[in-house]
Design a protein around this ligand. Sequence first.
Ligand code: MP5
Length: 198
Amino acid sequence: MLDHPFLRETAAGSIPFDVFANWLNQDYLFVREAIPFIAIMVSRAPHALRPGLAAAIPALQSELELFERMAREKGVSLREEMTPICHAYVQYLIATAHSRSFEEGFTLLYCAEKAYFDCWSTVRRTLTSASPWKDFIDRWSNESFAAWVKWLEDEIDKLLERASETLRQQMAAVFLTTTRYEYLFWDIAFQGESWPDA
Ligand code: MP5
């Protein structure tokens, strides 16, 4: 994933404006739906994990403001329609939080956040010049995001220690599916809309 053209071209400064704008629009729609996902996770969490998870809600709310501000500043008009991959991924988020074990939902969250941390940290490390998209690069590679991912990592280790072999396998399956969705999400940027015409 770290070698995906979206990340390489963003770091090299050669990413076409419309391609980045596609990602911006779709990720805005994704993050909007990540809020109810976290809210469901809070409601299902053991009490020790509730404060940590609940703190993500205002963080996501201010992240939406970052998307809106960047869209305004860069002249990206935000549309409401999700592409098929974004739509499927969001449905997977909500369905997993509702109907799978808490541990599987937590695995999804950890995997999605870890993917963003690793991807955007790679962009930051390989940047060749000042980027117009710096605020996004910083958002998922800064110290407080690193601390959040570290917290998720420590907690998932504890969950794994207590998990049965069956549950571990279920968590591994969620990890794999989430990683695949994360990879496909970068592809969206180059594809744009792909629903058949009504
Ligand atoms: C994240 C994201 C990170 N914004 N978009 C995708 C497709 N995956 C992961 O989540 P957050 O909630 O923005 O930190």
